[in-house]
Design a protein around this ligand. Structure first.
Ligand code: G3P
Length: 218
């Protein structure tokens, strides 16, 4: 499973890319606002840092506006994947962009039926927002598993991206359900790396060896 960072903060992206932890990036207008930095500048920095898929979202809500933005965004860099909302207008735009070979990430997906339409229209990525479903008392993993099953039933090639991650548990659920990608906030990626028992275990190995008075092997 590929790991993406869900961030519009170039420093966070650089750190995780250089550590070899991420394969790509997803951004959205809310993340840009949260980062409190100039969005255009941030995106330009991310585009030169990461050689992997970078999802950038359109801001138009009508098909024609989405098409105009999508074509312009796709021209920015070969790694750009255009994020479109999964609305009737977004699906119309998807139908037109697929034959143009513009790679799309259909976002704000909350049901298996939405994902079915996205798969039929051959999007590059579908993004079910798991955390937001769990937030309102639904069981997001059930929806994700349904999407996996439907895509396998019909050999849809659209990649399933587990989005809106709230915890390391979500990352494990994504991997177990056979998602192609999980996009994680910076803090969650950090949590994946660390375990307190690893830290205490290492400290004990070193303390025990020091106490033994023996010489290291090399
Ligand atoms: O990639 C989608 C993600 O940014 C949404 O996350 O935390 O706003 O539900 P969240």
């Amino acid at each position: 499973m590929k790991l993406f960072i869900d961030s519009a903060n170039p420093q966070e992206v650089k750190k995780m890319w250089e550590a070899g932890i991420i394969d790509g990036v997803t951004t959205n207008p809310s993340l840009a606002t949260k980062a409190g930095i100039d969005y255009k500048q941030a995106v330009n920095q991310i585009l030169v840092t990461v050689n992997g898929d970078i999802s950038l979202e359109v801001l138009s809500t009508d098909t024609q506006g989405m098409l105009r933005e999508a074509r312009a965004l796709a021209k920015l860099n070969k790694n750009v994947v255009v994020k479109l909302p999964t609305t009737p207008d977004g699906l119309k735009a998807l139908k037109i962009l697929t034959p143009e070979k513009i790679r799309t990430n259909m976002t704000l997906v909350f049901s298996a039926n939405q994902a079915l339409l996205v798969g039929k229209l051959k999007a590059y990525i579908v993004s079910p927002f798991a955390g937001r479903l769990d937030d309102i008392g639904h069981t997001a993993i059930d929806v994700i598993e349904e999407i996996r099953q439907i895509y396998d039933n019909f050999a849809f090639e659209t990649q399933i991206l587990f989005a809106s991650i709230r915890s390391p548990l979500h990352v494990k659920q994504a991997a177990l359900a056979g998602c192609d990608i999980a996009t994680c906030p910076y803090e969650i990626l950090e949590k994946l790396v660390h375990h307190p028992l690893t830290d205490t275990g290492l400290a004990k190995f070193l303390a025990d060896f020091k106490a033994s008075g023996q010489k290291p092997l090399v």
